[in-house]
Design a protein around this ligand. Structure first.
Ligand SMILES: [Zn+2]
Ligand SMILES: [Zn+2]
Length: 363
């Protein structure tokens, strides 16, 4: 079928809106008509590489309506409303143990396996365009996914913005709710309050944390963090030490710290702000590494946790997040900005400039 897709070509930093052919679904695939798709930082990183073969259709926060299913599909049927998320194999030790974010096949299934020559790839003329990104490639009016990463959702939820639950929101909220699991009344500092960090703030509110300290370089984002439940805000500036500022608020240090920025200074300050027995979580890798003071980690009894996709089991966690949203307890729509799909490059620029927090493309 003919679809409209945003294609990433090798060596280009803009996406090209093209009419392309999409084949499938194969017997184990699901064809979804996209209604909305969020923009995640990993899309922008994948534009420049990450082992994603080019040309490719990126996009991994899709939501839409099932158009057609392959003959082996039993989980959903045409007309069902779905959120797409990361893919996993379902058979390895991690998947069977309820930890699909640590699937042994994460890299091929989500990044490097381009579905080359298979159904579910896109094509323009003779040129094949890879359609495998996070098992969905949802910057497209139609996308192909599998049962493992297709999550049926309630009909009364705002489908066009639900895709953000499939990566950014579940990463932030899940890092707090599933991974760190702070006790009610414990203190937490969240470094970086973009979409992932703001979702972490929402998760910290749900866990009953206090105080919740948001840390960022942008006053506008700190203000939004406060609106969503952060009790304190620390503006990062060259003249003050962030950890000392946090310790002014919480003498003795915080019980939990989460870094969403991927900046080495942030992780250093986050660890320096911890109380004895404190836990540090991180969801993105600083280019220079963590630069850990291993003596401090041992002598203070600290824990350091790498976290992927908020340890989410998407079939359980995403419907749960939607229930919380509809009950008014997870107002992630407060940091979503809607764009027409045709404005995709403008949205990337606006997000990079800090003008918007989380663009969602409406098809
Ligand atoms: Zn697996
Ligand atoms: Zn993502």
């Amino acid at each position: 079928m003919k679809v409209r897709a945003a294609v990433a070509y090798q060596g280009q930093d803009r996406l090209s809106l093209d009419d392309v052919e999409l084949t499938g679904p194969a017997p184990d695939q699901i064809l979804v008509r996209m209604v909305g798709c969020g923009l995640c930082h990993t899309d922008v990183k994948a534009l420049g590489g990450m082992g994603v073969p080019k040309p490719a259709v990126l996009g991994h926060e899709g939501s839409g309506i099932v158009e057609r299913v392959g003959e082996r599909i039993t989980k959903v049927k045409a007309g069902d409303r779905v959120v797409l998320t990361y893919d996993s194999c379902g058979a390895c030790h991690s998947c069977r143990g309820g930890n699909p974010a640590y699937c042994v096949d994460t890299t091929p299934l989500n990044f490097t396996d381009g579905r080359s020559g298979q159904l579910g790839a896109y094509r323009k003329g003779n040129e094949e365009i890879h359609g495998h990104f996070f098992g969905q490639s949802s910057f497209s009016s139609y996308a192909i996914a599998r049962e493992r990463n297709t999550i049926p959702v309630r009909r009364d939820a705002p489908l066009e913005i639900l895709g953000v639950l499939g990566c950014g929101v579940q990463t932030g909220a899940g890092a707090v709710m599933n991974s760190l699991r702070p006790e009610p009344g414990s203190s937490i500092a969240i470094f970086g309050v973009g979409p992932v960090g703001l979702s972490a703030v929402l998760g910290a509110v749900l866990r009953g944390c206090s105080p919740i300290i948001a840390v960022d370089v942008l006053p506008s984002r700190l203000e939004m963090a406060r609106q969503l439940g952060a009790t304190h805000a620390v503006l990062v500036s060259p003249n003050i030490e962030t950890a000392a500022e946090i310790r002014n608020t919480v003498p003795g240090g915080v019980n939990y710290a989460l870094d969403t920025t991927g900046r080495v200074e942030s992780s250093q300050q986050a660890i320096a702000a911890l109380a004895p027995k404190g836990q540090f979580g991180f969801v993105t890798i600083p280019p220079g590494g963590l630069n850990l003071n291993i003596s401090t980690v041992m002598l203070q009894g600290l824990s350091v946790r790498g976290i992927v996709q908020g340890d989410s089991v998407p079939d359980v966690f995403i419907p749960g997040l939607i229930d919380l949203h509809l009950a008014g307890s997870l107002p992630f729509d407060g940091f979503v900005t809607r764009y027409d799909f045709a404005q995709i490059n403008q949205a990337i620029d606006d997000q990079a400039a800090g003008k918007v927090v989380k663009p969602v493309f409406i098809f």
